[in-house]
Design a protein around this ligand. Sequence first.
Ligand code: NAD
Ligand code: GLY
Length: 364
Amino acid sequence: MSERITVSLGARSYDIHVGTSVFSRAGELLSPFARGPVPVITDANVAGLHLDPFVESLKCAGIDARPIVLDAGEGTKSFRWLERLCSALLTVGVDRGGLVVALGGGVIGDLTGFAAAVLKRGIDFAQVPTTLLAQVDSSVGGKTAINTAEGKNLVGVFHQPKIVLADAGVLSTLPRRELLAGYAEVAKYGALGDAAFFEWLETNGAKALGGDEAALVRAVAHSCRMKADIVARDEHESGERALLNLGHTFGHALEAATGFSDRLLHGEGVAVGMALAFQLSVKLGLCGSQDADRFTRHLKAVGLPASIADVPGPRPSVDLLFEHMAHDKKAKDGQLTFILLRGIGQAFVTRDIPNEAVRDVLAA
Ligand code: NAD
Ligand code: GLY
């Protein structure tokens, strides 16, 4: 069971393969892009679970795979690890016509993509996402970045992969909490632009999360299709692509206020952020409360947090959250950018929001 989705970007177009047998076909699918030694960058957790069969598949196709195992965790998206990775890639001897493979979650994908973009002024890379979040979001669309002391994803470039291989089977080893965090991004696609998909998720989302591979593949494929279409129309986020940031302005503020710690995973922050975006939309008279309630109900039903009160630990103050929102990299000329909703499936980008309304939603 597998599906191929194309991200149409002219000469830089590429395919996303989504399914259950994608991993075993990795060698065959990557071999058209492989020349010379092929570094496979992964983290220690993924290495212990999935590296051997993956490398085996590459070797069977005659690819000279060279694993590079990095520490797991957000801290790896840093200048320190970028330097180490570039050094390891140069030691392996990858050249400008070569290929680098990112096998892991969004951390490995973002770091590897950035390293591939800057090494020797740009080499090809493949995304092999192993978290739900990476399969439906970070591996598609070419955003690469590392974090700095000043904030998340502040140093990066657009560098599209040559191919994306998303195997739903690898998600069976993902901790439940990480799976749910990724599901927030799946629900995001329904909320931002596809009411019928959201309705399908209401019936099938729990099944997909409970191990029904057919439902999971369908959810991942539909999410990738939506993202591929948006990226094809607006690769560099001059317009429509910003819709993918639904829930992120609130979510990033919550992540920052909780110290980017284990208290709140990125996807959990996005879940709460989307619920707050719905509430703000209701408050401004843009959206009916039934849609906001329905969306929040679904998040809760699958086990995701849907309000600031659901975030464990002391509640961050409105002032602190507001301050973090003001530093959001999507703020322009001091004005915050929000993705708001006229209903489920009807998101839009706006900058004209009174601060008082935002503060009221943060205080509720
Ligand atoms: P992650 O890469 O840290 O993975 C989460 C955890 O799951 C890690 O501990 C990892 O080792 C483990 N793991 C990965 N695959 C596994 C598997 N199959 N089985 C068991 N454990 C596994 O985090 P993530 O949630 O995948 O990605 C978050 C990152 O993605 C953030 O840095 C965020 O900024 C970035 N991101 C980027 C984009 C983009 O467009 N580039 C979009 C969204 C998020
Ligand atoms: N994750 C948002 C984007 O790729 O634009």
